[in-house]
Design a protein around this ligand. Sequence first.
Ligand code: EPS
Length: 388
Amino acid sequence: MRYLTAGESHGKQLTTIIEGVPSNMPLLPDEISESLLRRQKGHGRGRRMQIEKDLVEIKSGIRHGYTLGSPISLVIENDDFKHWEGIMGEFPLEENDEVKRQITRPRPGHADLNGALKYGHRDMRNVLERSSARETAARVAAGAVAKKILALLDIQVVGYVREIAGIRAEDQTNLTMKERMEISEASPVRTLDKKIEQQMMDAIDKAKKDGDSIGGITEVIVEGMPPGVGSYVHYDRKLDSRLAGAVVSINAYKGVEFGIGFEAARRNGSEVHDEILWSEEKGYYRRTNRLGGFEGGMTTGMPIVIRGVMKPIPTLYKPLQSVDIETKEPFQASIERSDSCAVPAAAVVMEHVVAWEIARAILEQFPHDQFSKLKKAVDEYREEVRCF
Ligand code: EPS
């Protein structure tokens, strides 16, 4: 299974093309749009999210509510395009037409300067339009399809916020997946810890007032995975490594950890590894889950616990010093409209990129063109490993 996204932030639309989804799987546009609307929410989002209402249109690959097995193409229109047609249109400029809002002052921390050097763009709008996190809407659309595959295989995925600007939510280990989903969904900052919700919101309001931005940590849990998915044989099929790559590919993400994560460096081996137990009902399981659901690049069957670090968004109303690429003079970087904190939205993005990698790995291990055959193969494998 693979996908490609296309689209500029203020261009006409975002497009996602997915290949390799098995046939005869039920899928409705509303199921994808629900994920898109979740991504748009969150305290700290800027004015752009009031302009957009991200709803997906399915252009191919689905007929009468079922997948065909052919590529699925999905479109999300940018409502804001109507304000940007002159700037973002595809036709050549007329003679004497001025390029409006040309950007020559790169923002520190954004893709502006490196992208301009790489592609030879003197107007850095050509870079920022694509490097904008608007693209994550297209990735959430792909992830929503992956989540549907997983849900039908009894695998659940949920993402929420663990930390914003140093304000930490306590680990809520006693909650079920359903509770995690419902509680985080009801929270304006997508946290499970009611006690620190207001503090997080206050920190976001303060950052906004100061013209600054703040980052945080998001966590995704995956439950219901069979053990042995991934690989110890091939470096590029290790599932934890693929998940780490996918998470760091989300705009502004700088790091990833599984289970106890970096804390493992400070503990003895006997306090890191998870003892193996067996019962008739569960098959093999671990007494603890410090390794976050992975051993040897493969799932253990325990919940996958993965956290990602999002840096503060680099678009600041209080801009940092930069250099104008036309004059080489020092300047304050360009000011673009921005979110003061997108961590709650990023939790939804991370949930979906994780779902995508998991579904992709399952389809690699159980390659079937028809959904019912995939389901049968996964169920048989589950039974086989339980009694192994
Ligand atoms: C973004 C800047 C803002 C955000 C945008 C990401 O957009 P605009 O430039 O239109 O104000 O709202 O996020 C989205 C549009 C989105 O859908 O998440 C950036 O520079 O990365």
